[in-house]
Design a protein around this ligand. Structure first.
Ligand SMILES: [Zn+2]
Ligand SMILES: [Zn+2]
Length: 263
């Protein structure tokens, strides 16, 4: 194993942790999921180019989401139909993936067939269920915000290619401008005035620059802002959540954050 391969595999493990974390319960910054999948695709290409991958087709059956496995379909007008078109009334939906084994890292990754970033030339489209111990949508492993920051830093350093901007009806968005969720402030203290938050603190999911966090507001602060969204501007940056070295490093590399406010 060369040093180059070692560095690649270390970054691949960082992507793997993010790829699991995005399926774990808990708060995430906006766009964390699409950015993770972008990095995973870049990692797959790099691994493939380095000759560190083998691929095989996978077909698995899961409960049909349209009919919830019943094979019957509730039409929006309230009428139950005898046929579910999505699964042909079998109650099961077939999903196809490319399974990539990265033996050197001890990892197996699954890409939906239609979004596999490499050519599927030479991989035969599966028409029957594949024996496998894997199933899709398994819950992922949670990470602390500083672990997420560190993983993104390492992965983005190794795979710097930017994703194409996505054009939607609401404008253009850039998935590499994802937000970092930096944690939850204590819920018993008002994050705005610093007083005890009282009996019924209201928790807010705040977003500023590229940072997101949760903080509580007391009733008095609520009243000042008349329960409008203006209250979000009253939340100061959550300085105590930003002290970890890994979070500082992330902020240094992602300059949309107003650094003067979080020194
Ligand atoms: Zn169905
Ligand atoms: Zn307050």
């Amino acid at each position: 194993m060369t040093d180059e391969h070692e560095a690649l595999l270390s970054a691949v493990r960082a992507v793997d942790r993010l790829n699991s974390w995005v399926r774990a319960p808990g708060d995430k910054g906006s766009n964390a999921k699409p950015m993770t999948y972008h990095l995973k695709n870049l990692a797959l290409k790099a691994l493939h180019a380095a000759g560190l991958t083998t691929h095989r087709p996978i077909r698995v059956y899961v409960k049909c989401r349209d009919c919830d496995g019943s094979g019957r379909y509730w039409h929006w007008c309230g009428e139950q139909l005898d046929h579910c078109w999505a699964c042909n009334s079998t109650g099961k939906a077939a999903l196809t993936f490319v399974e990539t084994t990265i033996e050197a890292a001890g990892l197996r990754w699954h890409s939906p067939w239609t979004s596999f970033p490499l050519s599927t030339h030479g991989i035969e489209y599966p028409t029957q269920a594949t024996p496998t111990d894997w199933q899709p949508n398994l819950p992922g492993k949670a990470m602390e915000p500083w672990e997420v920051a560190a993983a993104f830093c390492e992965a983005e350093r190794a795979f710097p290619e930017k994703p194409y901007p996505r054009h939607t009806d609401y404008g253009t968005y850039h998935i590499d401008q994802y937000h970092l969720f930096v944690g939850r402030l204590p819920q018993d203290v008002c994050a705005i005035c610093g007083e005890p938050a009282g009996e019924k603190p209201i928790s807010y999911h705040c977003s500023r620059g590229r940072l997101e966090w949760c903080g509580a507001a007391c009733e008095a602060c609520e009243a000042v802002h008349k329960r409008t969204t203006q209250i979000f501007e009253a939340f100061p940056y959550p300085v105590e959540l930003l002290r970890r070295r890994e979070i500082v490093e992330w902020m240094n590399g992602h300059p949309v954050v107003e650094r003067s406010l979080i020194a």
